[in-house]
Design a protein around this ligand. Structure first.
Ligand SMILES: [Ca+2]
Ligand SMILES: [Ca+2]
Length: 247
């Protein structure tokens, strides 16, 4: 009886870490495996620039993070730091990953996604391409993810800084989360027209090429791409129990 009492006290202590509803739905408190798919669903014929040039919408390799507290990959109204500039200007998530490693603790996990599904090595994803990655998470965890708008100077997609709750009313998140993402301008390099600028990803000679903006992270609301999430890309999340049901 004593050991049972001890276990129930332990369970109560653990319960206090989570919300009551999440515990009710997930009595074992087990990790749930999730798979996230980032798909480029933009027009295969490309986007049309003001001079008629066709250019492909692309997303860069990126970084995902699981966290409970705010992870601070960026903050609106604050100067980009910790590797956000490298991600937003050249699609390189390695510096952000190093920054996170220096802050690593047991309630935060992260990974880089850089190899398109079906490819042999790291590359951006153009129309029809996808990245996929999996992780396990407990109730209370949130997901953050950053990826560069490939033909911009310093734009990136990310969810709100608090991240996306992976459990809603105790149930693992499932389905389309595209609209949880927003297009941000890192404020580090002056913008040129997407797809045309000489200082953008595919055309610049140096990953840091371009005129400094000396600005702060802000939503890229002035861009016509700001409201085009569902036309350009789709991000879905599938928990393992849902995957089993679909198979
Ligand atoms: Ca900018
Ligand atoms: Ca540049």
């Amino acid at each position: 009886m004593k050991s049972k009492l001890f276990l129930s006290l332990m369970a109560s202590a653990l319960l206090s870490l989570f919300t009551a509803s999440s515990f009710a739905q997930d009595k074992m408190g087990k990790d749930v495996k999730f798979t996230v798919r980032v798909e480029n669903i933009s027009d295969a014929n490309g986007q049309t620039a003001s001079d008629g040039t066709k250019w492909p919408f692309a997303l860069s390799p990126g970084l995902w993070v699981l966290h409970q507290r705010e992870v601070r990959l960026f903050r609106e109204g604050v100067v980009a730091n910790g590797g956000l500039e490298e991600l937003a200007e050249s699609g390189n998530p390695a510096v952000l990953a190093q920054t996170l490693e220096s802050r690593q603790h047991d309630v935060m996990h992260h990974g880089v996604f850089n190899t398109p599904a079906g490819a042999n090595g790291p590359a951006p994803i153009g129309p029809g391409g996808a990245y996929e990655f999996s992780f396990t998470a407990k109730p209370g965890m949130r997901l953050s993810l950053v990826t560069m708008f490939g033909q911009s100077n310093d734009w990136f997609y990310a969810p709100k800084r608090q991240g996306i709750d992976l459990f809603v009313n105790g149930k693992p998140l499932s389905g389309d989360i595209t609209n949880d993402f927003m297009l941000f301008d890192a404020g580090t390099e002056k913008d040129e027209e997407p797809g045309l600028g000489a200082n953008q990803g595919p055309r610049q000679k140096d990953p840091n090429q371009g005129e400094a903006e000396n600005g702060k992270v802000h939503p890229a609301k002035s861009s016509t791409f700001f409201s085009k999430n569902g036309q350009l890309f789709r991000i879905t999340i599938t928990p393992q129990n849902a995957m089993a049901m679909h198979q």
